[in-house]
Design a protein around this ligand. Structure first.
Ligand code: B16
Ligand code: MG
Length: 213
């Protein structure tokens, strides 16, 4: 931990939680198409890009969809999702996350976001963290999604730090794999706290303060 200079945070499932909104928006789309979709399938979408999420949902479809149709379905889902995000407010940022980020910053770490979401800036604005992070790497600046390391490598580049000097905090297995392929230290939280590939496993966000202590 001594050489760690920066911490890159996944967004959904780490800083805040939008799974229910993703679920509602995908469910609305799936119901309209007559495709079976439930919370278990939704669990497989954690950390996965929008189009890859759609492909998982379409595994239950009774017909093939063209690329154009898929793009329309994904766009329709995103419209509903963005409408649901309007409900989010700074109250959706827990005091624990807020305080921990503040203390990490005081300790001199650079802080960044590394998220698959193309709605990252919207979510950060809703929860009152717009402009807070030193860098943001998200679904809008990558061509390959997690487990590819691109999103985290770009975050390190934006920060001007070497990959080996970065911690990644992730809730998805694909995100832990991405962090390891990037040559970074992977911290698993939530579901990923049960993943053997994580270098460090934490049960709560505040435990980040004990790293390197
Ligand atoms: P969007 P993360 C991911 O965010 C979510 O976990 C995943 O469920 C979602 O499909 C993906 O973002 C893309 O989101 O449709 O907003 O571009 O966990 O990488 O912060
Ligand atoms: Mg996540």
């Amino acid at each position: 931990m001594n050489t760690i200079r920066a911490i890159i945070f996944d967004l959904d499932g780490v800083i805040c939680f939008t799974d229910q909104y993703h679920y509602q928006a995908w469910k609305e789309m799936a119901d309209a198409e007559g495709i079976y979709f439930d919370e278990t399938i939704n669990g497989r979408l954690r950390g996965v890009s929008r189009m890859e999420s759609l492909d998982i949902i379409l595994e239950k479809a009774s017909r093939e969809y063209t690329q154009e149709e898929k793009e329309q379905l994904a766009a329709r889902k995103n419209e509903s999702y963005v409408r649901l995000l309007e409900k989010m407010s700074p109250d959706d940022l827990s005091q624990e996350v807020k305080k921990t980020l503040e203390i990490l910053r005081q300790r001199g770490y650079k802080l960044a976001i590394g998220s698959s979401s193309k709605n990252t800036k919207k979510i950060l604005t809703q929860i009152g963290l717009n402009g807070y992070f030193d860098a943001i790497s998200d679904g809008t600046n990558i061509t390959k999604s997690k487990p590819d390391p691109e999103v985290f490598l770009r975050a390190a580049e934006f920060l001007g730090e070497k990959p080996e000097d970065c911690y990644v905090v992730e809730d998805a297995y694909a995100g832990i794999d991405a962090a390891k392929s990037a040559g970074m230290q992977a911290v698993g939280i939530g579901i990923a706290a049960g993943y053997a590939a994580a270098d460090v496993k934490i049960q709560s966000f505040g435990e980040l303060l004990t790293l390197g202590a």
